[in-house]
Design a protein around this ligand. Structure first.
Ligand code: IMP
Ligand code: MG
Length: 183
């Protein structure tokens, strides 16, 4: 059986560091929303599912969770066209919305998602991303909470995939270049 860990060049963020940071974000956000009635976390499928799970369990205040699915990626390259695959099943007008993303790269995905959700008149809309690649941003999107700024390397694990694999690795790792080349 193929061992996916053999495809990792090096670990960028280990499991304990991720967990500590996610708890820190949850504490910060619980504090910032302490006077608010509603809070809906929107996880962008599928990359942010593991982040959402740990974050939601650490978030010590009432909140709902919901899911959307959008994608601009094929393999390790952005196709430049963002598609909406799954929408919310609830109205968000008047609610406080916090988008949870796995990673912000060009900013295209979030920019589209943000515009789409703002049209629905939420009370507020903020963005929390676990990972941020500031050096490759093409579209400026306001990021309210950031787990880690990382360099421009293709990373997998903790929800992030390459061709749908590696999401279950409990750390963030950089793929060996030959793995990406074989695609
Ligand atoms: P953006 O639209 O270019 O900002 O890309 C955001 C989406 O691309 C993320 O939600 C990921 O699904 C995917 N993505 C960007 N960089 C990486 C990476 O290094 N590893 C895995 N997925 C990535
Ligand atoms: Mg994503």
């Amino acid at each position: 059986m193929r061992n996916l860990e053999d495809d990792i060049a090096h670990i960028l963020i280990d499991q304990e560091t991720l967990s500590t940071r996610v708890k820190w974000l949850a504490k910060q956000i619980a504090d910032d929303y302490r006077d608010e009635d509603s809070l809906v976390l929107i996880s962008v499928l599928k990359g942010s599912v593991i982040f959402m799970t740990e974050f939601s369990m650490a978030l010590q205040r009432p909140h709902e969770i919901d899911f959307m699915s959008v994608s601009s990626y094929v393999g390790s390259k952005s196709s430049g066209v963002v598609q909406l695959y799954l929408d919310l099943r609830q109205e968000i007008e008047g609610k406080n919305i916090l988008i949870l993303e796995d990673i912000v790269d060009s900013g295209r995905t979030l920019n589209m998602l943000r515009k789409l959700l703002l049209e629905r008149k939420p009370a507020s809309l903020k963005i929390c991303t676990l990972l941020n690649k500031p050096s490759v941003r093409e579209i400026d999107v306001p990021l309210d909470y950031i787990g880690f700024d990382i360099p421009d390397e293709f990373v997998v694990g903790y929800g992030l995939d390459f061709n749908e694999l590696y999401r279950n690795l409990p750390f963030i790792g950089v793929l060996k270049p030959e793995v990406i080349a074989w695609g």
